[in-house]
Design a protein around this ligand. Structure first.
Ligand SMILES: *Cc1c(COP(=O)(O)O)cnc(C)c1O
Length: 448
């Protein structure tokens, strides 16, 4: 093959200081995901394409579950639907034994559609409406209460159905990580949480079965979970001492960090993110310090999301064009933008060429195809020269992108799953114009 001509280029060396991880200008390439050639996937499913690995999902789940059970055998994992509610992905978690954690009636219906019983669903979220609660309560779901009005609503639902809804309250507290999430649930530190529990007991229409918190997401500090567990265990103790109520479970939510790296984060995610063992050791410490007798030890529920699926997801995109910016940076326009990779706004995603590259490495910005100045997939990386139609692999993108993706000027692409046996299965077909316009109506007088 004829070698490509790369014109000489003189660049001011302004890519920043080296840090203790070195000067990372070397970019290796990745032409396979597991044993599947990326080019074979793009030939069949086009570009851009989202690719998930079934092996990676199962392995990560088993690693989590093993670590969790090592520190606390009486436990369960509820898959956080909003992290990735493609049916194939949720089904893998359910096959592994995960239950469902949902934050809206849409997600509740999704979980029911995948065969989850109401009693296997935890219903969180600040926006539950009366009809949502009527359905979920009558099917035996556990309702996690966010605010006082929800208590009043649930009490009237309880009367209407002649049933005692099973509830937990969501609690927020200071865990030493700031900014503290304060909008959800009831505050522990100022006594609001305990007053709320008292209010529920006094009402006599709801059964308190658990206590819940979700202190934040991408928590890089494992000890935060020691403090959140300690607070909920203290509330459980008070419930028992004051009202004789023994809760069935403590639910510590999600928030474990994946191996991603935040834009302002100095240490790369591979080194900075605690592993499951470290999180569970912190939680275990709080449980060990609690005063419950063996029979009264509550079950521990985790509602894990991003850490279970982030690294199992890849996006393969193509170079549409290139240009030089006035800053001297090279700009590369990809066919995948923040319409389908919204987490690029938080994370410094990794981009690798999907084929060997040569040419001068330069400071490069990766843009998506949108007419939006903020459609930046990676703001600044030292990258060898790319040619039009070259492919790049963007990773890890398995969490939140296929749920938060937005309908802005582009069709959503194919999503495929590399199965355990290495076959490539289509799990969400790309969109066409009809998918976008099917629900629209043009009033008679506007027809041309
Ligand atoms: C989003 C969410 C989770 C999952 O959070 P991750 O950070 O993805 O692990 C768990 N519980 C609740 C209530 C949530 O809103």
């Amino acid at each position: 093959m004829k070698k490509k001509y790369n014109p000489p280029f003189i660049e001011k060396n302004d890519v920043g200081m080296t840090n203790k991880f070195g000067f990372t200008s070397v970019v290796d390439y990745q032409d396979k995901i597991e044993n599947v050639l990326i080019s074979s996937i793009t030939e069949e499913y086009g570009s851009p394409v989202m690719i998930f690995s079934e092996n990676a999902i199962r392995n990560k789940y088993r690693e989590m579950k093993t670590a969790l059970e090592k520190y606390y055998p009486n436990s369960e994992i509820s898959w956080s639907y909003k992290t990735n509610y493609l049916q194939a992905i949720c089904s893998i978690f359910h096959q592994e034994g995960a239950k469902a954690e949902v934050v809206s009636i849409m997600e509740y219906d999704m979980a029911r559609g995948l065969g989850q019983k109401g009693s296997d669903i935890i219903f969180n979220g600040p926006g539950k409406r009366r009809e949502d609660l009527l359905k979920a309560v009558s099917e035996g779901a556990r309702i996690h209460i966010d605010h006082l009005d929800e208590i009043v609503l649930l009490e009237s639902v309880s009367e209407e159905l002649g049933m005692m809804p099973q509830v937990a309250i969501r609690v927020n507290m200071d865990t030493g990580v700031y900014p503290q999430w304060q909008r959800f649930g009831f505050n522990y530190d100022n006594g609001e949480a305990m007053r709320t529990l008292q209010r529920i007991v006094t009402g006599g229409k709801l059964k308190i079965v658990g206590l819940h918190t979700h202190i934040g997401t991408f928590m890089l500090e494992a000890t935060a979970y020691y403090y959140s567990a300690k607070a909920l265990l203290d509330l459980a103790q008070q419930l028992k001492d004051k009202f004789g109520i023994v809760v069935e479970y403590i639910d510590l939510g999600g928030g474990f960090a994946s191996r991603n790296t935040l834009h302002n984060q100095y240490t790369p995610g591979e080194f900075a993110s605690p592993n499951p063992e470290q999180y569970f050791a912190s939680i275990g410490r709080a449980f060990n310090e609690a005063q419950f007798t063996r029979e009264e030890h509550p079950r521990l529920i985790m509602e894990t999301g991003r850490v279970l699926v982030a690294e199992a997801g890849y996006c393969v995109a193509s170079v549409i064009g290139k240009k030089d910016l006035p800053t001297g940076q090279r700009a590369v326009i990809l066919d995948a933008g923040v319409n389908m990779l919204i987490t690029a706004w938080w994370y410094n995603l990794k981009i690798k060429p999907a084929q060997p590259l040569s040419g001068t490495s330069r400071n490069t910005v990766f843009y998506g195809p949108l007419c939006m100045n903020i459609d930046v997939i990676k703001p600044d990386s030292v990258f060898p020269d790319l040619q039009n139609n070259d492919k790049v692999v963007i990773h890890p993108v398995g969490a939140y992108n296929v749920t938060q993706w937005m309908q802005f000027i582009e069709y959503r692409p194919n999503v495929v799953l590399i199965s355990e046996t290495g076959t490539v299965e289509l799990i969400r077909e790309r969109e066409y114009l009809d998918d976008i316009q099917r629900r629209e109506r043009i009033p008679e007088h506007l027809r041309v």
